[in-house]
Design a protein around this ligand. Structure first.
Ligand code: ADP
Ligand code: MG
Length: 859
């Protein structure tokens, strides 16, 4: 294949550098400082740039999860607001000159003695002390930045903390009856809508919700609005990758400031009504007013958009309620408030501890609902409301402690960027069109007019497949490169063709051969013993169902040719072998693995006629044999201490265990002899026919010359011969016919003889192999060892060469003889001890061998 050189895109004459677009408007983001974008921007960028930008886009997470652009770390801002009072404790509360610190001095409690360890002075450093501060100033100090950053995509949380009456609600909501004294909440809404008006380039939607948490129950303070359906299921806090939200809480779209205020008042009213009707103490509930914003650019078709929310939290009174000896409902409230505030504190402490990776948000509804608004990626501000009076000093101290803890928390405000899937698709489609146009220009400039870039259809793929095939078989010299898609498809088709060919080869091999693993020594040795591997290690055999059937190389006589003798032979040899599942005695367990292994090939008989001679009559009886898991039928009398001589044992084997195989062996031999006899008869007959042919030919020649001498008679151009000559011609013809027929028979017979010879050889191998196994099992391998090895073994103990089984390793042998020399003098009693030792060692030796064999077997 010839790959074309990538030639950079250089048709523009104006610039040398193809990397620089004509007008640098990609990515099409205009800084806001440039003012409104021009009416039309002609964007021309190179294919490569487009591709890069496209790739850049595709790298965005496909799930369209919000992406928070991380900013720098930032501490929580903690302010203190002191409630104005005529009775301000000047000696006890002092502000620093910077207006950021507050010192508390407590007079020593004289009752606890002059010398005591009671702490009397505290100093708190905060971000600002708001003393005698107007609502306006408070808003500017505390909230303005948080709100304006929210419009840029940063989440914000403003929380008021403090004892009841200290001014939390005043700070957060303010006096609802006085515009001047309105709190953070209405001011924030105002700021949001003002800023939206200042940003015509963006379509910003605002939604609000108002949640109250009272005694660990969630209440929707805006549920009374007409367009809110009755919430059937109780509200639940749900977490998803986008953050935490409250399922069942109504969220209201507000398009202008006024609507937003109405919602706020609605909520406040509901809060008061609920306090009356449900007899709730409103200072004991937490209220969370949330403003949600979503900003899409109006001017850019950017699929990016930003979301943010501002949580404005008015917490329940932080005073320790339990102490006042409250009972019943009040106690329950106290418990809930104390708990939720202390959980809030725990979460704050955990957030302030850099080493903590688990923050206990889920301990109560308050922290759970604020999970993504405490710390994390948002701007966070705490306003601690305190009394300036001496009587409240203890609660004041506790509130200031909370504030200074809060100050330790760091957050990492980040923009919440999201991707509008629909817009993204649209943009990508546009870009795709552009790229196609770009390609078209490119192609026309390089005279490649016929190239298309659409996905390939079946015909095109089929064409590529055929090209690949032609390339592989050499009829095609090159595959022309057209485009990337085509290159990819060419590689694809290479893979397809390769795997198809692999399969074809394997199928063809399996049709012809049985595959045996080359490393499977046991299987190979079994097959060698069974006579299935000839000198050149060519093997014979065929897979037979699950097991392994032995076969022989097909008979040389062509299949389909009628032969009397062949038919009988067939009957004799393999009547049952063709039946399914019939296999040789070597089959089954021992060779199961062999039939599925891969590397060694065993040619099998093509026509299925020639099958293992040994397998005949298998079903009806007989050779059912020496399989390791078939229990020995005859109870063997105690085995002799020394093994009998092999020739003797062989005679015994032939009469007993091996009688059946021996019978078959003999039968095959007699068939072979009978065939040989017949062949010699036919040969004799052929010879005599040949002689007669020669004689007749001679006589005919004589007649012919006689006729020529006498002068030929002709009748109208026809030769006239006498009757004698005519008869001789007929006879010769007949003899030749006979000769051919006999000769054909002889050829068939010879093929049969060859086949029978193989069967006989195979039988002999088999007989000897079975004898070896039988001999090993009967006389050589100790019985206990056999028993131990039978379990789970796939190799018959007797199959392992006896010398490997019972011999000791050389070292062991040495040790043994040494033992005999040194120990036997200890007395005859020691013999059994050492015998046992030797036997154990033998057994281990054998086990090792077997394990080794089985491992290679498994591979
Ligand atoms: P909390 O919500 O903490 O229980 P409130 O905000 O309800 O306390 O305040 C209790 C009372 O004190 C209200 O009547 C409120 O108007 C008044 N108040 C609190 N802080 C101020 C302040 N800074 N200026 C004027 N009045 C205040
Ligand atoms: Mg309040």
């Amino acid at each position: 294949m010839i790959l074309p050189l990538y030639r950079p895109y250089r048709y523009r004459a104006r610039t040398e550098d193809y990397k620089t677009p004509i007008s640098a408007t990609y990515p099409p983001v205009l800084p806001e400082s440039l003012g409104p974008p021009p009416v039309a921007v002609v964007t021309v960028y190179t294919a490569r740039q487009a591709a890069e930008s496209c790739l850049g886009r595709l790298r965005f997470p496909p799930s369209l999860l919000p992406i928070a652009r991380m900013g720098t770390r930032k501490k929580v801002h903690a302010f203190v607001r002191v409630r104005p009072t005529d009775d301000f404790a000047h000696e006890m509360i002092k502000y620093g000159d910077d207006n950021k610190s507050i010192d508390i001095h407590l007079k020593k409690d004289i009752r606890r003695g002059v010398v005591n360890n009671q702490q009397t002075d505290w100093s708190f450093k905060l971000d600002g002390v708001l003393h005698d501060a107007s609502q306006d100033l408070v808003y500017e100090t505390v909230a303005r930045d948080v709100v304006s950053q929210a419009l840029d995509g940063y989440n914000g949380t403003i929380m008021c903390y403090g004892q009841t009456g200290a001014g939390k609600t005043y700070t957060m909501t303010g006096a609802t009856e006085s515009y001047k004294h309105r709190g953070i909440l209405p001011r924030a809404l105002q700021q949001v809508f003002r800023m939206i008006d200042e940003r015509p380039t963006h379509a910003i939607t605002v939604r609000v919700s108002y949640l109250e948490i009272y005694n660990e129950s969630l209440f929707d303070l805006l549920s009374t609005l007409p367009y809110v359906g009755p919430s059937v299921t109780p509200m639940t806090i749900v977490e998803n990758p986008q953050g935490v939200f409250i399922k069942g809480l109504s969220v209201h779209l507000t398009s202008q400031e006024e609507d937003a205020f109405s919602l706020l008042f609605e909520g406040e009213t509901n809060r008061i009504i609920a306090a009356h009707t449900m007899n709730k103490n409103s200072s004991r509930s937490h209220c969370i007013f949330t403003i949600y914003m979503e900003a899409h650019s109006r001017t850019l078709s950017d699929e990016k958009y930003i979301t943010s929310k501002i949580n404005l939290v008015d917490l329940a009174g932080s005073e320790r309620l339990g102490k006042t000896g409250s009972e019943g409902r009040v106690l329950k409230e106290a418990t809930y408030i104390n708990k939720s505030l202390s959980f809030l504190e725990q979460a704050i402490i955990a957030l302030g501890d850099q080493k903590r990776d688990h923050i206990p948000f889920r301990q109560c509804k308050l922290t759970h609902a604020l999970k993504d608004s405490l710390g994390g990626n948002c701007n966070m501000v705490l306003v601690t409301n305190i009394y300036g009076e001496a009587a409240q000093l203890e609660e004041t101290l506790s509130s200031l402690r909370f504030a200074s803890r809060m100050k330790l928390v760091t957050t990492e405000p980040a923009i919440n960027e999201k991707y509008d899937a629909e817009r993204m698709v649209k943009n990508l489609e546009k870009e795709l069109v552009l790229l196609k146009q770009e390609l078209a220009i490119h192609d026309s400039l390089s005279n490649r007019t016929l190239v298309t870039y659409d996905p390939m259809d079946e015909t095109q793929i089929a064409e590529i497949n055929s090209q690949v095939r032609r390339y592989l078989d050499g009829t095609l010299d090159e595959i022309d490169i057209i485009n990337l898609r085509q290159i990819q498809e060419v590689f694809n088709q290479f893979r397809v063709v390769l795997s198809q060919q692999e399969q074809e080869v394997e199928v063809a091999l399996r049709r012809k051969y049985t595959l045996i693993d080359k490393n499977d020594l046991a299987a190979i040795s079994a097959i060698q013993k069974a006579g299935l591997i000839d000198a050149e290690s060519h093997m014979v055999g065929e897979p037979d169902g699950q097991s392994f059937g032995l076969g022989v190389v097909p008979f040389s006589t062509k299949p389909g040719k009628k032969s009397r003798s062949k038919k009988t032979l067939k009957d004799q040899v393999s009547s049952s072998a063709r039946k399914e599942g019939v296999s040789s005695p070597v089959s089954g367990k021992e060779l199961d693995a062999a039939s599925v292994s891969k590397t060694q090939l065993v040619p099998s008989s093509k026509d299925g006629e020639a099958k293992d001679v040994l397998s005949r009559d298998r079903e009806t009886s007989s050779i059912e044999p020496f399989s390791s898991d078939s229990p020995k039928e005859e109870a063997r009398s105690a085995r002799p201490s020394t093994p009998p001589p092999k020739p003797l044992a062989f005679e015994e084997f032939k009469n007993e265990r091996g009688s059946e195989i021996n019978r078959i062996f003999k039968e095959n031999k007699s068939i072979l002899n009978e065939r040989r006899k017949k062949a010699s008869e036919i040969t004799q007959r052929i010879n005599s026919i040949k002689q007669e042919i020669d004689v007749t030919k001679e006589a005919l020649n004589f007649q012919k010359s006689l006729r020529e001498k006498q002068g030929e008679y002709e009748n109208k151009g026809l030769m006239i011969i006498d009757e004698e000559e005519f008869l001789m011609i007929l006879k010769l013809k007949d003899l030749k016919k006979q000769y051919r027929s006999e000769y054909q028979d002889l050829r068939d017979l010879r093929a049969e003889i060859q086949y029978c010879q193989r069967l006989v050889d195979q039988c002999r191998h088999r007989l000897l192999m079975e004898f070896d196994i039988w001999y090993n099992e009967s006389f050589i391998i100790p019985e206990d060892m056999q028993a131990a090895l039978k379990l789970g073994s796939s190799i018959r103990p007797g199959m392992v060469p006896a010398n490997r089984v019972v011999s000791l390793g050389e070292d062991d042998q040495d040790k043994y003889s040494q033992l005999q020399r040194t120990v036997l003098p200890e007395g005859p009693d020691s013999i059994s001890f050492y015998n046992a030792k030797v036997k154990t060692e033998q057994k281990h030796n054998y086990l090792k061998t077997m394990m080794g064999l089985q491992q290679t077997h498994k591979k």
